[in-house]
Design a protein around this ligand. Structure first.
Ligand SMILES: Cc1ncc(COP(=O)(O)O)c(C=O)c1O
Length: 394
């Protein structure tokens, strides 16, 4: 019997390719500034003193970015064997990684454990049993459900359990020989309200109290990601400054766990977008400007399938600039669409984008704050369009 050989390793193909910077850039491409991402890491760490920052590799796994963040002091949140390897290659210590995916392939848990990872997130009894078998003796965080309210990209419909379930899961984890380290949650990505951390921190404190009553010693609270980037519909004020997020989180921690002392858990965050989004500029060219029954459609060579997945339901609204902006001429509302034959490949239609009236084929259209969840979301080749390449800005 002959074994089937994979034609293509999509895990490799899907990874962003990095170009040294050709003289004529391809189109589309993501221009990524590693120093800007490091600056955002430093601002976030400063806003959350005493809280460890674990950059969420899923947001953008560019190796040069991971290396620079590691050198700046960041650890990592990983969700797959490929992300474990990427974090280790960047220099991270395996026992500092958080494996945050609450539902994992059994062999992936074992893979991570073999590489020295020892902190895993669960949100169900089934997964806890799996972790106990595949990574015996490791530590677990139980993920709580949140409302996702206030975020542009809610994350909790799929993951998270109630406080009562979390207590039962962590007590059972201890009985299975795991270390019940504590609780995690995620308030939703692009979270606009710093107060959103309040209810899950209070819920975590209830879980900690009940675990202590059972004789256990939880010690770690994972506050998730959610820190926002500057986007198009932020209004004049935009999202509150990072300092307000830090102050709100500290106030809620103090209220729930006390100001200092043994009851106050160690804390960590898993930011992705808040670190890397503003470090990325997605460059694309206009394929055509077409009038369809009085509505102007601008077709770009980048779309939903070349990294702009988060425009689904127009959830994430990237600020848009063009190579015609300097002309200062009139602007008209446009539907923005991508290049593939799929009619889902429309970026903004309900809320149209105001673009220069003289925008034409071949002009550049740039989407700002596009460093997160773009290059890694690009398909491996739908309609024959290659994955979005990354060019590092010097
Ligand atoms: C478990 C987990 N942690 C952290 C993040 C990063 O979130 P954000 O990019 O909103 O900071 C995500 C995003 O999907 C996530 O699922």
């Amino acid at each position: 019997m002959s074994a089937l050989a994979p034609v293509v390793d999509t895990r490799q193909a899907a990874r962003p390719s990095t170009y040294a910077g050709p003289s004529t850039p391809p189109s589309p491409y993501l221009e990524l500034s590693v120093p800007v991402a490091v600056e955002h890491y430093r601002s976030l760490a400063a806003a959350l003193p005493g809280t460890a920052v674990h950059y969420a590799v899923k947001a953008n796994p560019e190796p040069a970015l991971l290396r620079a963040l590691h050198e700046a002091g960041s650890s990592f949140d990983v969700a797959s064997p490929a992300e474990v390897l990427a974090a280790l290659a960047a220099g991270a210590a395996p026992d500092e990684l958080v494996y945050s995916n609450p539902v994992k392939r059994r062999s992936d848990i074992a893979f991570a454990a073999r590489h020295g990872v020892r902190l895993f997130v669960v949100d169900s009894p089934e997964e806890t049993v799996k972790v106990a078998a595949a990574a015996p003796g490791s530590a677990v965080l139980c993920r709580l459900v949140t409302s996702g309210e206030g975020s542009d990209w809610p994350l909790s419909r799929k993951y998270g359990c109630s406080t009562g379930e979390a207590v039962r899961i962590l007590v059972a984890a201890a009985a299975l020989g795991l270390e019940p380290a504590g609780v995690s949650f995620h308030v939703g990505s692009q979270q606009r309200d710093p107060e959103a951390w309040g209810p899950p921190i209070a819920a975590a404190a209830r879980v900690f109290d009940e675990l202590r009553a059972e004789g256990l010693r939880p010690w770690l609270l994972d506050l998730g990601g959610g820190f926002p980037a500057r986007l198009a519909d932020d209004g004049a004020a935009g999202c509150p400054p990072l300092a307000e997020y830090g102050a709100a989180i500290d106030r809620h921690l103090t209220r729930a766990f006390g100001p200092t002392g043994p009851d106050r858990p160690r804390t960590l965050v898993e930011p992705g977008r808040g670190i890397v989004a503003e470090a990325g500029l997605l460059h694309s060219r206009v394929l055509a400007v077409i009038d369809r029954g009085g509505t102007r459609w601008v077709f770009l060579d980048a779309g939903v399938f070349t990294g702009l997945v988060e425009t689904i339901e127009e959830a994430i609204r990237y600020p848009v600039t063009t190579s015609r902006d300097r002309d200062g001429g009139p602007r008209v509302p446009c539907v923005l669409a991508g290049p593939t034959c799929d009619s889902a490949d429309v970026l903004y239609e309900q809320a149209m984008v105001h673009l220069p009236a003289d925008l034409a084929e071949g002009d550049w259209v740039r989407l700002e704050s596009a460093g997160a969840y773009t290059s890694c979301y690009s398909t491996v080749g739908f309609n024959g369009f290659p994955p979005l390449p990354t060019l590092l800005r010097a």
